[in-house]
Write a protein that binds this ligand. Sequence first.
Ligand SMILES: [Zn+2]
Length: 92
Amino acid sequence: MATVRNINGTSDRKPDEFDSWKDFWESRTGKSFDNCSCIGCSNKAEIGGHVQKESANSRDFWYITPLCQNCNHKTEPFSVVDYNLERINPYD
Ligand SMILES: [Zn+2]
């Protein structure tokens, strides 16, 4: 389990070589989207959200994780299953 927060200002970012962050995440992990990664949320995952570990600063790694729209708009830190965190470089 990891405590993360949503990263603001990432909605214009697109992955290289993929149509969506969902496609990116599924290709990288070899898994399919299922439930939202937020612990305690039972919604289906809808998008690959950009998150950062709560303890990290903005120059550390970012992660893509499956989230529902509701969790993608959380402004408070929340807990996710850490095996669903796929690391990306903020400068990619
Ligand atoms: Zn959710």
